[in-house]
Design a protein around this ligand. Sequence first.
Ligand code: CA
Length: 238
Amino acid sequence: MPVAIGVKAVMGASILVVEDEPAIQELIAFNLEQAGHKALLASNAEQALSRVQHVLPDLILMDWMLPGASGVDLVRKLRGNSRTEAVPIIMLTARADEQDKLFGLDSGADDYITKPFSTRELNARIKAVLRRRAPQMLEDRVEVGDLIIDPSEHRVTGGSKDIDLGPTEFKLLHFFMTHADRVYSRTQILDQVWGDHVFIEERTIDVHIRRLRAALHATGHDRLIETVRGSGYRFVRK
Ligand code: CA
């Protein structure tokens, strides 16, 4: 299969680890890489903010106690910024009572893990949060009617017929099928499918949508991709 440059991998999230203890930071980064993710590192709030300005991660693992600004302040800052408000965040806490405090604070984090945690627990939490917040990152099989996409086998079938898709069309369809019934602008589709800070022209999306529709035409599934005039595209469950 040809490799698509600039298209985000289906599996393997980029995860920002905000942790000031080098040994813990290193251990988490090692575990993430072992699980097929890409680890980005920051040791304090300032570094974390500068990191997300350059590359928007798919998920953030954030220590509760950081030098200077606390993890909670940082989560609030990220949630208050339109660029970072939707990034899934898992807080790392040193004690269970900190978790209780966090729940009370309604800090905006998606989940919490108490140190020390096992690799298995960390991976399970990451997967659960991604499933809820960024399902296109996972390799779960998705079905919409008799249209089925299986990222782990890189296979699409429509009414039991195989549908051949190029890598970009595959990722586009996967994004659509995991985000059905909502309208997405070309900019949003670009960010989600090609990745943040990738500069390609918006009409390139139209080219790939046309190819995707052509590939889905034989089984009649092209009708599931609607053009919403002046807004973008919507994948409908019909
Ligand atoms: Ca700390």
